[in-house]
Design a protein around this ligand. Structure first.
Ligand SMILES: [Cu+2]
Length: 179
C-alpha cells in the first residue's frame, strides 16, 4: 500500500518536471534589432497570469534620436532595408487590417513607445495580452513569422489617414523574432 503511493507521487513529480521543461524551452523569444547607426534587442517571455497568458516585452536600443519612438510587432519576419518587407502591423484574425495608420492602435502587434534619452539609449518594458509565443491564433510564430520595428517618430496612439505616419513614420531599425 505504502509502496503504491510512492510510485504515484514519483509519477506526478516526473510529469510536473517535464511540463516545466517544455515551458522553459518554448516560452521565450528574442530579436537582434539593426538599422542605420541603430542597434537593439528585444526579449519576449510568455507566462501564465491568472487564467490567461501574457507576454513580457523588453526592448533596448542605442543610436536613436532623443524622444519617443513607435515600436510594433510587424506582420512578416523579414528585415530588408528600408524594412517595408516586414509588412504592416501584426494583426491576425477575421477582421485583420495591418495598415500601420488606418487601423491604429487596434492591431495585435501594437505596444507602447520607446523613450530615448539624450544619450541615444532607451529601454521599454511592456506587458501584452495581444500576442502569444506558443501556438494559437495570436502566435508570433505564424507561417510568415514576425518582426519588430523601431520608428523614427512617436506613435501617437490614434488612427489616421493611410501613410499619415501617426504610428511613428519612417522605419529606422528592424529585427526578426526568433526562438
Ligand atoms: Cu511599426
Amino acid at each position: 500500500m505504502k509502496y503504491g503511493r510512492m510510485v504515484l507521487v514519483a509519477t506526478a513529480a516526473a510529469l510536473a518536471g517535464s511540463a516545466a521543461l517544455i515551458q522553459a524551452q518554448a516560452m521565450k523569444a528574442h530579436a537582434d534589432i539593426k538599422g542605420d547607426g541603430v542597434t537593439g534587442r528585444v526579449e519576449l517571455v510568455e507566462r501564465r497570469q491568472g487564467t490567461g497568458t501574457v507576454v513580457d516585452v523588453t526592448v533596448t536600443a542605442t543610436g536613436l534620436k532623443p524622444g519617443l519612438h513607435g515600436v510594433h510587432l510587424h506582420a512578416v519576419g523579414q528585415c530588408e532595408a528600408p524594412f517595408t518587407s516586414a509588412g504592416g502591423h501584426f494583426d491576425p484574425g477575421p477582421a485583420s487590417n495591418t495598415d500601420p495608420d488606418v487601423n491604429h492602435p487596434f492591431h495585435m502587434g501594437d505596444i507602447p513607445n520607446l523613450q530615448v534619452g539624450a544619450d541615444g539609449k532607451g529601454e521599454l518594458k511592456a506587458v501584452t495580452t495581444r500576442v502569444t509565443l506558443s501556438a494559437g491564433p495570436l502566435s508570433l510564430f505564424d507561417a510568415d513569422g514576425t518582426a519588430i520595428i523601431l520608428h523614427a517618430n512617436e506613435d501617437k496612439g490614434v488612427p489616421g489617414e493611410p501613410k499619415s505616419g501617426v504610428s511613428g513614420g519612417p522605419r529606422v531599425a528592424c529585427g526578426v523574432i526568433t526562438k
